[in-house]
Ligand binder design. Sequence first.
Ligand SMILES: N[C@@H](CCC(=O)N[C@@H](CS)C(=O)NCC(=O)O)C(=O)O
Length: 218
Amino acid sequence: MLKLYGFAVSNYFNMVKHSLLHKGIDFDEVTVYPSAEPDYLRKSPLGKVPCIETDQGFLAETSVIVEYLDARYPEQPLLPSDEWQRAKCRELMKIVELYLELPARRLLPAVLGAAKADDGVVAEVAEALDKGVRALSALVSPQPFVMGEQITAADIVLRYALVVVELVSGALYQRDICAEVAGLPEWKARMAEMPISQQLDAESEKAMAAFMAMVQGK
Ligand SMILES: N[C@@H](CCC(=O)N[C@@H](CS)C(=O)NCC(=O)O)C(=O)O
């Protein structure tokens, strides 16, 4: 049986778990935090979460995992069948990851109380988020999903990427990123109503105390 490694507060873990549940793929969950232990590095080369274990071996990197799962288990597809739409879906996933989630993530330790925010980084991230939000506004006008009528991997990636983006932008810039993109607040509410989202949000909340203790080294 396929195994998913990670922890319930991880937004990347939740991108993969949401995809697995959406596609109806059976899997076992192994709770692990990121680790540089040799045993975990053999599973996930950078020690990051998530990774999956298949009968062929281990696979890391969320978007790669999601695309593998969609190809290996074609039921309930998460990538459009049309080549152009599929490429546009990947474009959106990549932009969300590289130009919104990753810049915001630089300030996550500060927001979680594990480090002091560096003024230079705060300024750089603000500029990066401006560009990322501009790109998102240009690409997305949910109807009702970000690629049109069907939910795709881009909706899942955006939903969980926004957890970090909103946390950081709310705490450090008093900025509501969702409100800056037309239609995104309604899309966000629509996504949050889905039973899978509700399950993962509840699991994340339940796992939060243990995660915070780990982050703050308690
Ligand atoms: N590029 C990776 C990012 C995954 C990632 O950053 N996961 C976090 C947990 S949400 C992590 O493992 N952080 C520890 C680290 O970066 O060393 C992916 O797409 O899976």
